[in-house]
Design a protein around this ligand. Structure first.
Ligand code: SF4
Length: 484
């Protein structure tokens, strides 16, 4: 006899899916924008002209909702820790403490506590007290932690994988994220970091990139990035894309733009939509996949305007809009936060969840970084809820290796927070390196998350190079033992 199971909706699950309607938070709740009209808000030029770049400008918008202590904390971070300068479009600031379903906390201590705890604030407006005082930076943190600059084959063109390249067309964005992995190059210099500057003129650099791609038909896939392509005048971006599409070997083009979320007004401008439509038509006629990759880290960043921009791009003919978020403590490092974001991307904005990167090992990022073991647990926890094609992979971008799924580590020393990885291709700087494919490469967990014995080990081995060599010797020994 057939047994009928009870209705699954009554079964309690670790995660409870709920469809959520996206809502645009009312910007007029903020004192500085009380009189801003909808037409201004939806205007890309108004958004760019009213970006918050200084503590004073933040005060002009948020005023006494925040206490003076918060502004002082932010000021101190700008002076002593920040690796990125402040640049916050109104669209993004408006998604902090959105108070869509609950009343606005009262001015002063209540609002300030909510602002401190806000996930978007935590990565877009970092303050001094967010950062760790014991280990603000890992001993192995570096400015260009992925060695993209080391792998330039033309200025701004990183050739790290066999068949794909990263083309950094410019070094600016409409918004600056506190954790930016390209903090070496992107944005304005801060008190702590003097930025590298692209030396060549934009037109010359773009020509050199295209020349390299014409000479190297092994490359089929180009991530067109920066910075953020939304900061290139559209005619310049279209001219570059037209030339790229004329190269027979190019089959995939991915446009990288966080602005689809941070400044959706840019992608809704009629001349931009018309331009994307022309480029997408050419791409289709040549059998090339043109996609947009954006960067959303928190569900509350998704508003109807963001959804409109994503749909406008799909209607213009791009094959897909995909999301590459960054996994960060205090921002999205729970199964609920990741799944809420992924469902809102899919249901609300037709954006495909694709990757969550572990935050890279740049200076002053330890408070954001998640240990590998936690990333593995999160990957396990989010499996099975989303459609397979939209279940994001959590990836570790291992220096000198590249992206690896978090379960691909060869071995993992959880006491000292060292994971060991191998790879199956050579980067552009390893052409004659016979050991590149048999060597171990190390990734390090944030030290404050280690057991006390591991933290003590790091106190005794804070000299980064010595610790790195110990890590490699340990990996070699464990590998030798496993071969006996
Ligand atoms: S948008 Fe991307 S490149 Fe620009 S600051 Fe943010 S993470 Fe860096």
């Amino acid at each position: 006899m057939l047994r009928i199971l009870p209705n699954m909706s009554a079964v309690e699950q670790p995660y409870a899916y709920r469809h959520r309607e996206l809502v645009e938070p009312d910007w007029r709740r903020l004192p500085g924008w009380r009189d801003v009209r909808a037409a201004e808000w939806e205007d890309a030029q108004w958004q760019r002209a009213h970006c918050v770049k200084t503590v004073r400008q933040l005060h002009d918008v948020v005023g006494d909702l925040l206490t003076d202590d918060f502004y002082a904390d932010l000021e101190r971070d700008q002076g002593e820790r920040a690796t990125m300068s402040m640049l916050l479009p109104p669209q993004m600031l408006n998604t902090m403490v959105p108070s869509v379903s609950s009343p606005l906390p009262s001015a002063g201590a209540g609002y300030t506590a909510a602002f401190y705890a806000d996930p978007v604030r935590r990565y877009m407006l970092p303050v001094f007290s967010d950062r760790r005082s014991d280990w603000p930076s890992h001993p192995h943190a570096t400015r260009d932690s992925l060695h993209e600059h080391d792998m330039w084959v033309a200025e701004g063109l990183t050739h790290r994988y066999p068949t794909k390249v990263l083309a950094e067309l410019l070094s600016t964005c409409p918004q600056y994220c506190g954790h930016c992995t390209r903090m070496d190059l992107v944005g304005n210099s801060t008190a702590q970091v003097t930025k590298l500057r692209l030396a060549g003129k934009p037109a010359d650099r773009h020509s050199a990139i295209l020349d390299y791609l014409r000479r190297n038909p092994v490359v089929r896939d180009v991530v067109v990035s920066g910075g953020d392509v939304a900061n290139l005048p559209w005619r310049n971006l279209e001219a570059f894309l037209d030339e790229l599409l004329a190269i027979e070997s190019i089959r995939d083009i991915r446009l990288a733009t966080k602005a689809l979320m941070g400044l959706p007004q840019h992608w809704l401008q009629p001349d931009v939509v018309e331009g994307v439509t022309r480029v997408a038509r050419t791409a289709r006629s040549r059998g090339v996949s043109l996609a947009i990759h954006t960067h959303v880290n928190s569900a509350q960043s998704l508003t109807p305007l963001v959804a409109r921009a994503a749909r406008a791009m799909l209607e213009a003919g791009v094959r897909d809009v995909r999301n590459q978020g960054v996994l960060m403590r205090g921002v999205n490092s729970t199964p609920e936060a990741l799944l809420d974001l992924c469902f809102d991307l899919l249901d609300g904005a037709m954006v495909t969840p694709y990757y969550f990167y572990m935050c890279d090992m740049i200076p002053f990022s330890e408070h954001w970084r998640v240990p590998l073991g936690e990333a593995q647990r999160l990957q396990h926890a989010i499996m099975g809820y989303l459609p397979g094609f939209a279940t994001p992979r959590i990836v570790c971008d291992v220096p000198f290796v590249g992206k690896r799924w978090v379960h691909q580590a060869e071995s993992y020393d959880t006491e000292r927070g060292m994971s060991f990885w191998r790879k199956n291709y050579r980067t552009s700087i390893e052409g004659d390196d016979t050991g590149a494919l048999s060597r171990d490469y190390v990734y390090y967990d944030p030290i404050d998350t280690l057991p006390e014995s591991g933290q003590q080990w790091w106190r005794e081995h804070a000299d980064g190079q010595a610790a790195h060599e110990v890590a490699l010797a340990r990996a070699a020994a464990s590998r030798d033992a496993s071969l006996v």
